[in-house]
Design a protein around this ligand. Sequence first.
Ligand code: ZN
Ligand code: ZN
Length: 132
Amino acid sequence: MTEGGCLCGTVRFAVKQFNSAIFKCHCSKCRRAFGGASSAAATVGEGDFEWLKGGERVREYQCESGFKRRFCPDCGSILPQFLNDFRLYWIPVGLLDSDPGIRLKHHIHVSSKAAWEVLGSGARQHGEGFES
Ligand SMILES: [Zn+2]
Ligand SMILES: [Zn+2]
């Protein structure tokens, strides 16, 4: 069991078991929703996810295109959402309290990634903050 929640703690959830891998999506909508280079998420079967707290307070934004994001009304954290077409929950993995045991395996929508983003070994990788 892995638990997670938003920045302020209003919303909490638990996952019994994740599907195979973490993926980062570099599409323009994920970049805006996360305010970063990409989203990082994993999927979970319908029966392997539950809201522990605050599930009824979750707010939803939907674009005309159908793209949806759920978020905490108090702190704005992106939250899990149910993907009806696939019968799966989409879980932003940055919300998790502990290591879910799966690893980043896929970068998707790379063709629309930000011009400034460097993927792969071209950029130096820092364990924590910037060390000299
Ligand atoms: Zn919150
Ligand atoms: Zn995306």
